[in-house]
Design a protein around this ligand. Structure first.
Ligand SMILES: [Zn+2]
Length: 450
């Protein structure tokens, strides 16, 4: 660890941070109240609110968001005329899934082999602790040099969008010059990483109709137009021979310019079976961060058990398209719909409908906030340089904030490196990463204020 006084303070605060994370992990704050009592989420929300009050935050409030959950908000005033930084994390967690698959109880923070295990330890209760540690370290070393807003969401893992809608209805509440989303992660332990892009996505449902009703495949098959066969043709046209996504008019050849994802490592992470090839072209990073990816999520057709010898009159599919950064999701949706309509054969009737959509995100890495973060990471991770990674999935709140505050700079960092196994059984956090990233965040706030 560097000898910067802020980093030394963070190191001295780690035992307290561990005790606090244990308290927070003990709440079963899964925001699905059919599965886990609401009181567990309320307990976690109150814990966060109390922690903010104890740090001198004013206006601490539990916000009732439209999805029936609560987000915790607080404001810590800084020096007159200072800039405002919003720190984001979420206190809700994924359900533990297979409890028997955990080596230690999911809601008891447990140390093993130098890591702390527990649901939410990394995603994202650790993120809340990271924000607290950074602020405490600054207070012990001359004070927090900016205005701080904290928002801790209560339903991120459910995707019910409560905070997004609340933020849209209260557009001033989360306004900030810079936003730090503490819900991402380093590319690997010890390699300081900012996530600079998120792919967007669109969901389209396609229905193909060819006949008034199903027909006997012996009597009519061979000439009767089969809706399922037509749908399969249309879906297959979304891929090239090597498996690359090919939607007419949609750019598919972009290159990723940040850090690279080793192909063997990817095979291991994705648990690809021996002898099976990866699909697509370009580097792995190109494919998962910079290029479109189509996935057929479901097909309505007769299941194998109970299937009869019939030519199908109708068939449906749900198609997801991950939209590369720099491409408008609405435009991608139109292109996908047009492609499906153009590639459905035999004059079969096809109807497409958009079910959902989220914009891609790309940060401005030339901004002052990125320089401040690069300098902070160089100190907190001696000998390393800040790396740029992408994320193949989306964070809808990120887009909401980017749309509400187009001038704000957004940085995604966090504790969810690959070993953390977020969303899986045996989730854990690296205490070393918690220490280095908390120091990073504190140093970032110092640099940014200066
Ligand atoms: Zn998360």
């Amino acid at each position: 660890m560097s000898s910067h006084p802020v980093a030394e303070t963070v190191a001295s605060l780690i035992p307290r941070a561990r005790a606090e994370l244990a308290e927070l992990v003990a709440f079963k704050s899964v925001a699905d109240f059919d599965q886990y009592p609401r009181s567990e989420s309320e307990g976690a929300a109150n814990w966060v609110a109390d922690a903010l009050r104890a740090e001198g935050f004013t206006d601490v409030a539990l916000l009732d968001t439209p999805d029936g959950t609560q987000s915790v908000y607080g404001f810590l005033p800084g020096p007159e005329g200072a800039r405002t930084v919003l720190l984001y994390a979420h206190y809700d967690v994924q359900p533990p899934l297979d409890e028997a698959g955990w080596d230690t109880p999911p809601f008891e923070l447990t140390e093993r082999d130098g890591r702390w295990y527990g649901r939410g330890a990394a995603d994202c209760k650790g993120g809340i602790i990271m924000h607290l540690l950074a602020l405490r370290a600054l207070k012990a070393n001359g004070g927090v040099p900016v205005h701080i807003k904290v928002i801790a969401e209560g339903s991120e893992e459910q995707g019910t969008g409560g905070l997004e809608r609340y933020a849209e209805e209260h557009p001033e509440l989360l306004r900030a010059d810079t936003i730090v989303i503490g819900d991402a992660g380093n590319f690997r332990v010890g390699l300081p990483t900012v996530t600079t892009t998120l792919r967007g996505m669109t969901l389209v449902r396609a229905q193909v109709d060819t006949l008034q009703g199903n027909l006997h495949s012996g009597q009519f098959g061979g000439a009767a137009p089969d809706a399922l066969a037509a749908l399969i043709r249309a879906l297959d046209s979304l891929r090239a021979e090597d498996g690359s996504t090919t939607v007419d008019g949609l750019p598919g050849g972009a290159a990723w310019e940040g850090l690279q994802y080793d192909e063997e490592q990817f095979r291991k992470d994705a648990k690809v079976l021996d002898g099976v090839e990866l699909i697509g072209s370009g580097t792995v990073a190109d494919r998962i961060w910079a290029r479109p990816a189509v996935t057929v999520l479901g097909i309505d057709c007769p299941p194998v058990v109970g299937a009869t010898p019939s030519v199908q009159a109708s068939a449906r599919a749900l198609i997801s398209l991950r939209v590369p950064p720099g491409v408008d999701a609405a435009e991608a949706t139109k292109l996908l719909q047009a492609h499906l309509e153009a590639h459905t054969p035999w004059g079969a009737r096809v109807r497409t409908e958009q079910i959902g959509q989220g914009q891609a995100f790309r940060a401005d890495t030339t901004s002052p906030a990125y320089r401040a973060m690069a300098d902070a990471m160089a100190v907190a991770y001696p000998g390393e340089r800040m790396q740029y990674a992408g994320q193949g999935g989306s964070i809808p709140l990120c887009n909401t904030l980017a749309a509400l505050y187009p001038e704000a700079e957004i940085l995604l960092i966090g504790l969810s490196e690959p070993e953390a196994q977020i969303h899986a059984v045996n989730e854990s956090v690296s205490p070393g990463e918690l220490e280095r990233l908390s120091a990073t965040e504190a140093l970032f706030l110092l640099n940014y204020a200066g």
